[in-house]
Ligand binder design. Structure first.
Ligand code: HEC
Ligand code: CU
Length: 374
């Protein structure tokens, strides 16, 4: 192939990649279209500034190109020593800053309104969600209802084409309601970022940031953590499922029913077999604990202790229950007593005491947890 043919082929394949349509929809050139009024306003601002910047770029490059060609030395051009005395030379010093200021104020005018809305907390929210970032998952607490969702990235085998974008439990939200997000984190800085539905603010441990939205269209909206938060930063995607208020109410009722059934089950005096507890404990462990202690229980040397062969996980049961219930203040090990019910705690502790060759043979019962709670 000749050189020019090769360049043509490369160009053609580039064009194909850019314009090939649906297969490459995810690699669009611009931001995804917002589905809420305030993000839409921000998107429009972005388009306005991009257009202005493009026009300025074309004008400036045009003038520079014209000057390079017209006033070049090889043509014998001699610099005009009296340019500054001409009318244009005199007034352009005033004119250019005025034009620049005019453009700035045009942008600032629209931006001020958007900024004012970002900080507008005066309206009552219909739904309030506390969004907690942690290494490396998102937890959503529905403040008006007793619902709590832990959202983990799906492994490659389950996610397929949506690998790095799919989660086990999405955040479900109603459309056409004022939604208030309270952002915080349990360990390091994170940032919950779903540009189609809401603007971004940092999630900071011990501090609460607020954002709000009103989603106008049903659909699945994706995002990710937007603050480098450690080695698992790329593995905390976000999925928001926006549904009609009716569907939302139905979903909520179902969640509450499931939670109630789970609470009733945990409160019953049934004595569980070790195998039953192990079966439940594994998934609870993988969802809540493996982020730090790792799926195979090896932890991360110097940061998160290994549970495989750990003194606590193979020693005194009371001490094991205590650290899981109350956590260890000043470390990343949080108190799970408020987050998991008695059965879940019994199951996860039983799992830790028997998985990875810990083989203590212990089966911790919900009743043991209940009495340890005091
Ligand atoms: C955010 C990270 C993190 C998560 C998630 C986490 N832990 Fe821990 N865990 C730690 C750290 C750090 C320690 C060490 C605390 C210390 O310094 O004593 C620890 C210690 C422990 C210990 C004592 C181990 C030993 O030998 O010292 C047990 C048992 C334990 N965690 C169980 C759990 C269980 C059960 C879960 C899930 C319900 C869990 N952890 C989730 C960070 C975590
Ligand atoms: Cu993060």
């Amino acid at each position: 192939m000749s050189k020019s043919k090769m360049i043509l082929a490369v160009l053609a394949s580039l064009m194909l990649t850019i314009f090939a349509g649906s297969a490459y929809a995810d690699y669009a050139l611009n931001f995804p279209e917002p589905v809420a009024p305030l993000p839409q306003q921000m998107y429009d601002l972005h388009m306005l500034t991009t257009k202005i910047a493009t026009i300025i770029m074309i004008v400036v490059i045009g003038i520079v190109a014209y000057a390079i060609i017209t006033f070049r030395k090889s043509k014998g051009y001699e610099a005009d020593q009296n340019f500054h005395k001409s009318a244009f030379g005199t007034w352009s010093w005033l004119l250019v800053p005025v034009i620049v200021l005019g453009i700035d104020l045009t942008i600032a005018g629209s931006a001020t309104d958007a900024l004012k809305q970002v900080e507008d907390y005066s309206q009552k929210a219909d739904v309030t969600i506390k969004v907690i970032g942690s290494q490396w998952k998102w937890t959503y607490e529905y403040m008006d209802d007793d619902i709590r969702i832990v959202s983990n990235m799906l492994p490659k085998e389950q996610a397929g084409d949506d690998y790095l974008r799919a989660v086990d439990n999405p955040l479900v939200l109603p459309t056409n309601k004022r939604i208030r997000f309270l952002h915080t984190a349990s360990d390091v800085l994170h940032a919950w970022w779903v540009p189609q539905i809401v603007y971004k603010k940092d999630s900071i441990p011990g501090y609460i940031n607020e954002t709000w939205t009103n989603i106008e269209k049903e659909g699945t909206y994706r995002g990710q953590c937007a603050e480098i938060c450690g080695t698992g930063h790329a593995f905390m995607p976000i999925v928001v499922e926006a549904v009609s208020p009716e569907k939302y109410e139905a979903w909520k009722a179902e969640q509450l029913m499931v939670a109630q059934a789970a609470a009733a089950e945990a409160a019953s005096d049934k004595v569980w077999s070790k195998d039953e507890l192990m079966g439940r404990g594994e998934s609870i462990y993988n969802t809540n604990c493996a982020g730090c202690h790792q799926v195979n229980g090896t932890g991360m040397p110097g940061v998160f202790p290994a549970l495989a062969g750990s003194k606590i996980a193979t020693g005194d049961i009371a001490a094991h229950i205590e650290i899981v219930l109350d956590g260890k203040s000043g470390t990343a090990m949080s108190a799970w007593g408020a987050q998991l019910n008695d059965l879940e705690l019994a199951a996860v502790i039983t799992y830790e005491r028997n998985a990875w060759d810990n083989n203590t043979g212990d089966a911790v019962q919900p009743a043991d947890i209940k009495s340890a709670r005091k």
